[in-house]
Design a protein around this ligand. Structure first.
Ligand code: 13P
Length: 252
């Protein structure tokens, strides 16, 4: 049975004290009312070590939002996969559309990042998704299929077992405009088909595919009810404990 997961992506929000406060509040909320799914929070690098101490021994997993495409050395300002791992984090988000669009992350850069993350024992939450013009031109499957193939299809089946996919239509991120549950399901089923085609039915059956893009407590239940949607990658609504918990509770 593949895992149900609700993961938060804090993006470039919250100072250290605010992040510590949010993680502490979430830990208390989930200790009181146990989740029915895996829960992960992905934070800016500066929060990782402190938040790792807060969530140690709880149901909450921890991830970074990025890592470098180089192993180590003279790359001022970068943070390596090994450094992320050393904080106690277990996950890293790679391929987010904001990184692709604003920081020029190409498929080949992402391939390097994925390899380094996996080699350092991190699980990768790999994001894929089309922009509005691509959807309007009916090219969403072509775009997402290529994103999968270009960065992930050289992995082994064993490596793939440490990948979680997140379908995030770019037009739905931070816009308040979520994909309909049917649009999400259509794409998730297509993605699972692509994985089956390359890695086989068992791998496709086992991989978790999350939906991301304006997911809120009010729409999560309908989206998560679809057979190929295994949870969510949550931006804005992950910044308030009650909202994030409301989405986690959509699995109840
Ligand atoms: P929002 O939930 O704010 O739309 O962001 C989604 C996202 O990009 C998560 O990675």
């Amino acid at each position: 049975m593949r895992k149900k997961i609700v993961a938060g992506n804090w993006k470039m929000n919250l100072n250290l004290q605010e992040g510590v406060a949010l993680a502490t509040e979430l830990k208390a909320a989930l200790a009181e009312d146990k989740p029915n799914c895996d829960v992960v929070i992905c934070t800016p690098f500066i929060h990782l070590a402190k938040v790792a101490d807060i969530v140690a021994g709880t149901v909450i997993g921890l991830g970074a939002e990025n890592c470098a495409d180089k192993e180590k050395g003279a790359y001022t300002g970068e943070v390596s996969a090994a450094q992320v791992k050393s904080t106690g984090a277990q996950y890293v988000i790679l391929g987010h559309s904001e990184r692709r669009a604003y920081y020029g992350e190409t498929a080949s850069i992402l391939k390097e990042k994925v390899n380094l993350a996996l080699a350092n024992g991190l699980k990768v939450i790999f994001c894929i998704g089309e922009v509005l013009e691509e959807r309007e031109a009916g090219k969403q499957n072509e775009v997402v299929g290529a994103q999968l193939a270009d960065s992930l299809f050289d992995l082994t089946e064993d490596q793939l077992s440490n990948i979680i996919l997140a379908y995030e239509p770019v037009w739905a991120i931070g816009t308040g405009k979520t994909a309909s549950a049917e649009q999400a399901e259509d794409m998730h089923a297509f993605i699972r088909g692509c994985i089956a085609g390359r890695f086989g039915d068992a791998a496709a059956e086992n991989i978790s595919i999350l939906y991301g893009g304006s997911c809120k407590p009010g729409n999560a239940k309908e989206i998560f009810a679809k057979p190929d949607v295994d949870g969510g990658l949550i931006g804005g609504a992950a910044l308030k404990c009650a909202d994030f918990k409301g989405i986690i509770d959509a699995w109840k």
